[in-house]
Design a protein around this ligand. Structure first.
Ligand SMILES: Cc1ncc(COP(=O)(O)O)c(C=O)c1O
Length: 465
């Protein structure tokens, strides 16, 4: 009987060691995966080591190699070695980080990691924080605090009285927002019809005069959501102008910084985030640009009391700690895994300087990919860069001379599918300003110059074909 931990280590090592040679994207279908992995619920148990071997063999064809340096889809990376290894310990230790008394070391690591992150992002040191499953739940957490804050100002205790009969909250958002803001607004009972789109310019940044106009229409509680980088071209809203205007109108300002908040760490990119520190809450992801394993978002809230009021849970059998932070005062969940531990490891593996280097490197590789692919031209087809990347997000489009926009939309999708089928690189499509494009999103510590060259070669071949 093989030790399941030895087998897991063997398979993990094999997966990580082969990232340079394996296909960048999964090469199987849902039907094949269902056939390989499915079957009736087992009636009896079996050997744990065998389960791990079987799992590794059957899942492998359906694994996307987002940990490889040639994966540029969505905003997905692989984990830093210390973060992935620390995550194994999270499972082995199996701590329930709801309260300090229930998981002292894990709660303390979370407390320290949250403080380190505020320092890293240079956010107000008095801000509270929560480690969530991802940016989606970081939005829910921060916007729950916002809901508390704006209704309290209107004389309404939302935790006590609920939303029935409460003053209507308007959520002003960029037209160019991520859908997770809409979901958060729905989950919090504010309702999609209370969202107000603020118009954006050609690169997707919020227009100041339209914000002023929209603010002047409402005198009740207002929350404004801004973007620290949209996921098509990495556009940042103009925080230093927009935030004071919104706050002067009494609004709570929340920033979606799922990956863009990391620009603040780089000396070169920090100007893009000027004024972001003026906001009232921020949401980001560790599992994006910090390269820690999945299940790691972070919410920060300037008004810690509003945050605590929205989240804290009191139960007779749970005794609050007097000496340390209790995570469940700040989180939606009570029982949960110790997801800050990989963050603690990653911040030590990189240090502030290493995070800045990672961010700069990804942006350089994105620029190289966009200009390299954007310059491709073969008989009967060519590529065109749609933006000059300011961050780590780029767009290119593929065109045939004389073809209509619609035909080139389809051609762009076809080239993406061709590249992905080779396994040499992996991209996801998008629609930007009404046209299909290939997104080039670089977020991995592993991506290097060879990956960039290999990817450009793969796209050239797909275009020639
Ligand atoms: C800008 C932005 N906001 C929010 C999210 C949601 O993050 P998560 O998937 O971690 O919940 C994403 C995910 O891609 C994003 O890019």
């Amino acid at each position: 009987m093989a030790d399941p931990f030895d087998r897991a280590r063997f398979h993990a090592r094999q997966w990580l060691d082969n990232l340079d040679t394996c296909p960048a994207g999964a090469q199987t279908s849902a039907a094949e995966l269902r056939a390989a992995l499915g079957g009736p619920l087992p009636e009896t148990g079996r050997d744990a080591g065998e389960i791990i071997d079987d799992l590794a063999a059957k899942a492998a064809p359906g694994l996307n190699a987002n940990a490889s340096g040639r994966f540029f889809a969505w905003v997905m990376a692989g984990s830093l070695p210390s973060a992935a290894a620390a995550d194994w310990l999270v499972s082995a230790w199996d701590q329930n980080v709801g309260l300090f008394s229930v998981a002292p070391a894990a709660a303390m690591i979370e407390e320290i990691s949250g403080e380190w992150l505020k320092d890293l992002f240079d956010l107000p040191r008095e801000a509270s924080f929560a480690f969530t499953t991802g940016c989606q739940l970081a939005h829910v957490t921060a916007l729950a605090a916002a809901r508390h804050g704006v209704l309290e100002k209107a004389g309404w205790d939302v935790e006590e009285q609920g939303l029935f009969g409460a003053p209507a909250i308007r959520v002003l958002t960029s037209r160019n927002r991520h859908g997770s803001i809409d979901s958060a607004v729905r989950y919090l009972g504010i309702g999609q019809s209370n969202m107000v789109d603020v118009e954006t310019g050609p690169m997707g940044d919020m227009l100041v005069d339209d914000l002023e106009r929209k603010l002047s229409h409402y005198d009740g509680p207002i929350i404004l959501c801004l973007n620290a980088a949209d996921l098509n071209v990495g556009t940042f809203d103009d925080f230093k102008t927009l935030i004071p205007i919104a706050q002067a109108a009494g609004a709570w300002v929340h920033v979606d910084g799922a990956f863009g908040l990391f620009a603040r760490v780089s000396e070169r990119l920090r100007p893009l985030t000027e004024g972001i520190e003026l906001a009232d809450s921020w949401a980001t992801d560790g599992h994006k640009w910090l390269n820690v394993p999945y299940d790691c978002g972070i919410a920060f809230v300037r008004d810690a009391e509003a945050h605590r009021a929205a989240m804290a849970l009191g139960a007779a059998y749970l005794s609050p700690s007097r000496e340390a932070r209790d995570p469940n005062d700040w989180n939606l969940e009570l029982s949960r895994r110790a997801r800050a531990i990989p963050v603690y490891a990653a911040l030590q593996e990189l240090g502030r300087q290493g995070v800045a280097d990672l961010i700069d490197r990804c942006c350089d590789h994105c620029r190289a990919l966009v200009s390299g692919i954007g310059a491709l031209s073969v008989p009967g087809a060519s590529a065109r860069a749609l933006n000059d990347p300011i961050l780590n997000q780029g767009l290119v489009r593929f065109e045939r001379p004389g073809a209509s926009h619609e035909e080139n939309d389809a051609f762009t999708d076809e080239i993406i599918a061709r590249v992905n089928a080779t396994g040499e690189a992996f991209f996801s499509p998008t629609t930007w300003n009404g046209r299909r494009a290939m997104r080039i999103s670089v977020v991995s510590w592993r991506t290097n110059e060879q990956d960039v060259a290999r990817t450009i070669a793969a796209v050239t071949k797909a275009l020639e074909a």
